[in-house]
Design a protein around this ligand. Sequence first.
Ligand SMILES: [Zn+2]
Length: 315
Amino acid sequence: MSRPPVAFVSHPACLLHSNGPDHPERPERLRAIRDHLEASGLMRRLLLIESPEPCPTERLLRVHDAAHIERVRRACDRAPAMLDPDTFVSAGSWEAALRSAGAALAAADAVIEGRAASTFVATRPPGHHAESDRAMGFCLFNNVAVAARYLQDHHHLARVFIIDWDVHHGNGTQQIFEADDTVFYFSTHQFPFYPGSGARSEKGRGAGAGFTLNVPLAAGSNDAVYVDVFETLLVPALERFRPDAILISAGFDAHADDPLAGMMLTSGGYGKLTAIVREAADRLCGGRIVSLLEGGYDLKALGASVEAHLMALLA
Ligand SMILES: [Zn+2]
């Protein structure tokens, strides 16, 4: 039987969310990804899923307080408005946020139902800084966390592993799952750096102790450093946990050209990291990978890195 295609999930409403002029997290990021994949011919090889339903409130409520959801909705009603010194909303942000989280659910469905071998979700706003009760760092709702709970609640998976290679620590995802032994959170990130969390000593708490693995890295870390961390720390953690599916918080802001951070990854490096995850996923969980866009602010580097990421998923 031939392998199902790799899916590319997006929604045009994600272009309608604006943080205001001169903000790095801008609609052009999604256009750059699409333009690059079309120019390279890769888009033709992907299964396109472009009309995901908005995320239902009950799915958001599995990771966020009702008060947080209401706060975001009210801010969008009186847009433009600010939710955090870095995080703004426009008139289109509510729809964008619901489609962004909804796309994560559609991606999960496609992989679990076997229509796709793996998926990449190219949406915004991103999610990994959003905590259960607050928006933060360009993030309104925690898309990857919503997807993890959905895989458990709706698709009855027992264990989900989240790999967060965005250059910033995913404080929101860690906070949501820190006491949970059914969702493993692994993060590589520049440290010390925004948002300040993600020290090696943060390993989860209560029942979740040992189910958070932070690998803080010095500025300037390159492909070789990341590959070593993935081979020596990530793969053994995956083998111990034996997940039923892998989610990736795929930020591409650890690229050497990124204007917000100081890492030295190349687009080819993202391909190598993806190949390591892919090999483990094939061995441990039927290849089930749902990858979601987080950061990545140099448009050229973002397009090339997403291409390398998808090529490794397709290989
Ligand atoms: Zn980031």
